[in-house]
Design a protein around this ligand. Structure first.
Ligand SMILES: [Zn+2]
Length: 679
């Protein structure tokens, strides 16, 4: 914690108790825990060191507090040796926020009324009914302002930052992780001069548990108020540091054992253990971060390691220049590549069990001016073998897709830009129909995942093994289903159509922005419209959107403008009458009239991203009579799309709006990936 902010010195003029109705109201019993514990008579002070409470504190004079508090704080000034908790505050949270955060009386009274209602309805539990939380939810004040006010109210120092790396792990672990999580507290460090232990707490009313903490550390403690999110995140980091180390070493042992044979001829690398550990940790962390790619990029002065996570590249770490050769050699050995060959690009594979997951890695090297650049694509086999029902389809779409892939013939096209998850959809479809009595052949560029029971071949232009020539030879092997990686030329399109017309189900991808354009693209490639309309069964356009982190997503009331951008009818939305398709969700949808959005700064669960993993949005075009008729007349894509919309097709954006309504993703994400999606 580098910056520690102390609440400003309380203004003695306003300790003069509640003078107006605004100040009086928050003190009413309804405010309960949210505005601090009710004042206790000094005889029932629950704290062990209550005797140390100064006279000024005992009568709750805020004005006297700073002097008594002295150097309390994470900055560690020495003036104050003992934490003196105060059971009561002279002013209530609501009143303080009115002063410090310009909270209006009207909003405060509304929040208090809400609180009363929630508590009446909620029985004994006060979860989520604190005044501060309610005000933050209403965006009336920020979490920081509440914390500052609580600091004043309870006379505790406040810090708005917590750096996990400054926490002493051995000290922190004096209390069990469950206790720390339950009470939202974390032991930070022992002040060198006083031996007092600084403890981060999120809830000022949790001071009673500090007795337990005192016993655990065998000395005095000093609490500091820190936002709950930061504490939880730091708890996860600090307590898992040891676990990660242990896990990493466990993995290394396995890896090194398994690799003893291939390491034998590594005579030129005398001290390879640190390099092996370094490379393993880079891969291990990539898996933990759910990265899809690792980039090892040699620069003039060092080697940069970047991860691609949810399609965003981020730097992970750097290694000094003099290690580049050993690191490169290590990765190449793991991937079964020729380490002596440094001038030509090479491709290889690594397969490992990492953190319980079966990970396939495709390794590609390419020479650059500063050395070999290495890209490792991570394929989590457990994640890819999904069913269609796991991909994020609306129930209606899933039903149609299931029906389509069970047809004996016809072409199913999946379209979208690179990185829109097309291959995953095709694999999911294949694994769903993959039974021993069905003969499935695929031709791919490249083969991304080995699917059990399916013959997969990789195109190889050098030996003239193309998509088209593969389909031609496939047809002699009596397949039921053919998957073609991509249709990008007339010859491939023609072969796919031939296969479909001769009684095969053909799955493939094509590169267009929307579903209707895929139809016109085939015709533009030079395929006769009647051949297209008689073979094409359906086109699925798709995009990936990030999934809101269910642990930290925020409920909010969207503006009419936001709703209009998603084509959600404003009135019906707010009256709760607007209905969308049904989607499978892990977390409950928002209540009527509300949506979820990303929490700025995220939380520990989502590594501060606000999103965890991805889902897809779809536009499913079924070739009906009208679309068929229009295509035969070589109608443009926009007219085709309009016809499909009349027949009930949802655009990508509308499907996205449905997922927003279900709290799966955010308005922001849908707008981002459907920028070109015009009606
Ligand atoms: Zn989160």
């Amino acid at each position: 914690m580098s910056t520690s902010e102390r609440p400003p010195k309380p203004d003695t003029s306003d300790k003069s108790d509640k003078s107006g109705p605004a100040a009086a109201r928050p003190d009413a019993p309804a405010a309960g825990r949210a505005s601090g514990p009710p004042p206790l008579p000094s005889s029932v002070r629950p704290l062990r060191d209550a005797g140390k409470i100064s006279a000024a504190h005992a009568v709750g004079q805020a004005g006297a507090a700073p002097a008594a508090r002295g150097g309390v704080g994470v900055s560690g000034a020495a003036a104050k040796k003992v934490f003196v908790p105060r059971p009561a505050a002279p002013r209530a949270l609501g009143g303080l926020l009115q002063k410090s955060a310009q909270l209006s009386e009207a909003v405060l009274l509304e929040a208090l009324a809400d609180q009363e209602e929630l508590r009446r309805g909620g029985g004994a539990t006060t979860e989520g009914t604190r005044l501060g939380e309610l005000l933050v939810k209403r965006h009336a004040v920020t979490e920081e302002q509440v914390l500052q006010a609580l600091g004043l109210q309870f006379d505790l120092p406040v810090a708005l930052e917590l750096k996990p790396e400054t926490v002493e792990p051995d000290l922190a672990q004096r209390v069990p992780i469950n206790f720390a999580k339950q009470h939202r507290l974390l032991l930070l460090r022992r002040q060198p001069d006083t031996g007092i232990v600084e403890v981060a707490i999120a809830d000022p009313t949790a001071v009673h548990v500090l007795d337990d903490v005192r016993r655990a550390v065998g000395g005095d403690v000093e609490p500091v108020l820190i936002p709950e999110g930061l504490i939880v995140e730091a708890i996860n980091k600090v307590y898992s540091r040891d676990r990660i180390d242990a896990e990493l070493h466990k993995h290394e042992d396995v890896a090194e054992e398994a690799e003893t044979e291939e390491d034998v001829d590594l005579v030129d690398l005398n001290d390879e253990a640190p390099i092996i550990r370094w490379v393993n940790s880079v891969i291990f962390h990539a898996v933990r971060m759910r990265a899809s790619d690792i980039h090892l990029e040699p620069h003039e002065k060092d080697l940069g390691v970047r991860y691609r996570v949810d399609n965003v590249l981020e730097e992970y770490k750097r290694a000094p220049r003099n290690f580049i050769n050993s690191i490169t050699a290590r990765v190449k050995i793991m991937a079964g590549l020729n380490i002596a060959e440094k001038r030509l690009p090479q491709d290889g594979r690594i397969r490992r069990k990492i953190a319980g997951k079966d990970i396939d890695m495709r390794v590609a090297t390419v020479p650059t001016g500063y050395g070999e650049r290495i890209t490792i694509r991570l394929l989590d086999r457990s994640a890819v073998l999904l069913n269609l029902s796991d991909l994020g389809f609306g129930e209606d779409h899933l039903e149609t897709m299931t029906e389509m892939i069970n047809r004996p013939h016809g072409i199913i096209l999946v379209t979208g830009p690179t990185g829109s998850g097309k291959t995953t959809t095709l694999y999911a479809a294949l694994s769903q129909i993959n039974t021993p009595d069905i003969n499935i052949l695929t031709v791919e560029d490249p083969v991304e995942y080995q699917l059990e029971g399916i013959s997969q071949i990789q195109v190889n232009p050098k030996i003239e093994l193309t998509f088209a020539s593969s389909i031609r030879s496939f047809l002699r092997h009596d397949p039921d289903v053919i998957m073609v990686g991509e249709i990008r030329d007339q010859e491939t399109a023609g072969m796919a159509i031939t296969a479909s017309l001769t009684g095969h189900l053909v799955l493939s991808t094509i590169h267009t922005n929307d579903a209707a354009s895929a139809v016109t693209r085939l015709i533009d490639m030079g395929i006769e419209p009647f051949l297209v309309t008689s073979s094409l069964a359906t086109v699925l356009a798709q995009r990936l959107v990030r999934r809101l982190c269910a642990a930290c997503r925020e409920l909010y009331r969207p503006t009419p403008l936001e709703l209009e951008r998603l084509a959600i009818p404003v009135d019906r939305f707010f009256s709760g009458d607007f209905k969308v398709a049904t989607y499978k969700t892990k977390a409950p949808p928002p209540p009527p009239g509300m949506l979820y959005r990303r929490h700025e700064g995220g939380c520990a669960t989502c590594s501060k991203r606000g999103y965890t993993g991805r889902s897809a949005i779809y536009e499913l075009l079924v070739i009906n009579d009208e679309v068929r008729e229009l295509s035969l007349r070589k109608t443009d894509a926009t007219t085709l799309k309009r016809a499909a919309l009349r027949a009930g097709m949802r655009t990508l954006r509308t499907d996205g709006a449905g997922k927003v309504m279900w709290g799966i993703t955010s308005v922001e994400e849908v707008m981002l990936v459907t920028a070109e999606d015009k009606e």
